[in-house]
Ligand binder design. Structure first.
Ligand SMILES: Cc1cc2nc3c(=O)[nH]c(=O)nc-3n(C[C@H](O)[C@H](O)[C@H](O)COP(=O)(O)OP(=O)(O)OC[C@H]3O[C@@H](n4cnc5c(N)ncnc54)[C@H](O)[C@@H]3O)c2cc1C
Length: 467
């Protein structure tokens, strides 16, 4: 259905002159080794391998311009590549071409503590940035489970456990340097916190999945470390009770910083993978940021709501190392679940619905889980109305793939009917092309017109987002 097969008939061998020109410019920073091609031809999803013809490792914006110009001259697709942790086939070279790997563009150009912003190259990872900020009293909050690059995160409009309080990449990218398909370099946005100057091109490129331009610099918003932080887990008699606690918390306007649901199967997986000893029941992982008084007040409010809905007492993670361990375990929920069925691939759904429909959406999705023939874990950033079903499939079994796709479709259609979206944070890639049509209808040709205007020869990550 919505997963185009790799189009081998569209693949042409890389022109020898192009390879020679790239090698002359970049030397050893061009690779055609099979291991490197394979690494760049897959992501964390169940999509089949689609390797590029070569991988280049630029170090500067000028080199990216030259790569883009050479790609254009030889009519060869270019696929930007960060950490390769995306899960909708975003980085697969379905039409061959050059993978442009940003690992070597990982310099932090500036950190402005007074203005709470930083300017970085796209290969800087979120953990690298936060390690660099250690001791400054400020931090960057967006934390997808993987140690993704900030270029990849901007390009997928990523979010994470902190989004309920600090927003997603959409809110936290202030400006970008972008190399366009014709080699022009533009700067979007800036360091000002607000601007009414013209079309908001920053928001256009954030979430464009490498299809409209190649990001070579990002200015990000940073935040002061909260004065007080406290984290707790709370077990519930049912997923529904946990979700209703979240809904009431959000509706009351409690400024909770993190609010994650893990169902009993996910807790079982996390206990095994991260050597924890949590009660194997649906759980909320919560974190509160603020002054000592406001953190205590927020925690008390959520505890009272939880208690009314049958939640057990909060178990606090007081020490920093306990909190780090807890959140690392949450971030590892995806690989932890994969261990539940050795040899499997994970097929992840990613819907997000208005908070008032969350309980209903999760309850109906749980009914799908109950009927499924394979293990399915449910967890997510429920404070935002975003949750995932991680369907563990045998990738060699077409029946498993068909069943997972049917479940995904049901969950997406349900979310759309509730006013939600087919993807809260993972993006479209090749996996959700049909669902983009279902969600945006007449707006999709407008998106295609933007693509046509910026990349008329369809060389930037072709086949992703727009067919
Ligand atoms: C265990 C696990 C947990 C995850 N949890 C979350 C989560 O909580 N929230 C979330 O949002 N996602 C999550 N993800 C998905 C993934 O981490 C994000 O999509 C992330 O933003 C991808 O970043 P990356 O550096 O790996 O990018 P890649 O996968 O390398 O690339 C992703 C897309 O960005 C484009 N791109 C990369 N660099 C550039 C650039 N410089 N210019 C233009 N385009 C570029 C690529 O072409 C591709 O289309 C998770 C993934 C895993 C494996």
């Amino acid at each position: 259905m919505n997963r185009p097969e790799p189009r081998s008939e569209l693949r042409k061998p890389l022109p020898a002159n192009l390879l020679a020109a790239l090698q002359a410019r970049l030397g050893e920073r061009v690779s055609t080794s099979s291991a490197v091609l394979e690494h760049h031809g897959k992501d964390e999803s169940a999509h089949p391998l689609a390797p590029p013809d070569a991988v280049v490792f630029p170090e500067t914006t000028e080199e990216v311009v030259e790569i883009v110009r050479l790609g254009g001259q030889y009519n060869v697709p270019l696929i930007p590549f960060g950490a390769g942790s995306s899960i909708e086939g975003h980085v697969l070279a379905i039409h061959g071409g050059l993978s442009v790997d940003f690992t070597r563009m990982n310099r932090i150009h500036a950190v402005n503590v007074d203005d709470l912003d930083a300017t970085v190259e796209p290969g800087v990872t979120r953990k690298q940035l936060n390690n660099h900020l250690d001791g400054t009293g400020i931090f960057f909050p967006i934390d997808p489970g993987a140690d993704a690059t900030l270029g990849g995160m901007a390009a997928t409009r990523a979010s994470g456990t902190n989004a309920v309080r600090y927003g997603t990449m959409k809110e936290n990218v202030l400006g970008l340097t972008v190399v366009l398909a014709d080699g022009r370099v533009i700067r979007t946005g800036g360091r000002a916190r607000k601007s009414s100057a013209g079309y908001d091109l920053t928001r256009l490129f954030v979430g464009s999945e490498g299809t409209l331009g190649v990001i070579t610099e990002i200015t990000l918003r940073l935040y002061p470390q909260p004065e007080a932080v406290s984290a707790a887990v709370c077990a519930f008699p049912s997923v529904d009770a946990a979700v209703r606690t979240v809904i009431q918390t959000i509706q009351l306007g409690v400024p909770i910083a993190r609010c994650e649901l893990l169902d009993a199967l996910t807790i079982k997986a996390v206990n095994r993978y991260s050597r924890l000893n949590l009660r194997e029941a649906p759980m909320l992982f919560c974190e509160f940021h603020g002054t000592a008084a406001s953190v205590a007040e927020q925690a008390q409010t959520v505890q009272e709501i939880a208690k009314e809905l049958g939640g057990l007492d909060f178990e606090w993670a007081i020490q920093q190392e306990d909190r780090t361990r807890l959140w690392q375990a949450r971030h590892d929920a995806y690989p932890a679940c994969r261990q539940l069925r050795p040899g499997n691939r994970a097929f992840s759904t990613d819907v997000c619905v208005p908070i008032s429909r969350l309980a209903e959406c999760i309850a109906e999705s749980n009914a799908d889980i109950a009927k499924a023939s394979m293990p399915i874990a449910l967890f997510g950033h429920v404070g935002d109305g975003n949750f995932h079903l991680v369907v563990l499939i045998d990738p060699g079994n077409p029946a498993d793939i068909a069943e997972a796709e049917a479940i995904n479709k049901r969950v997406v259609i349900r979310a759309l009917k509730m006013g939600g979206t087919c993807t809260g944070e993972h993006g479209i890639g090749i996996g959700k092309l049909d669902f983009l049509d279902a969600e945006h209808g007449a707006a999709v040709p407008v998106m295609a017109a933007i693509k046509q205007a910026l990349d008329p020869r369809n060389l930037l990550n072709p086949g992703k987002v727009i067919r």
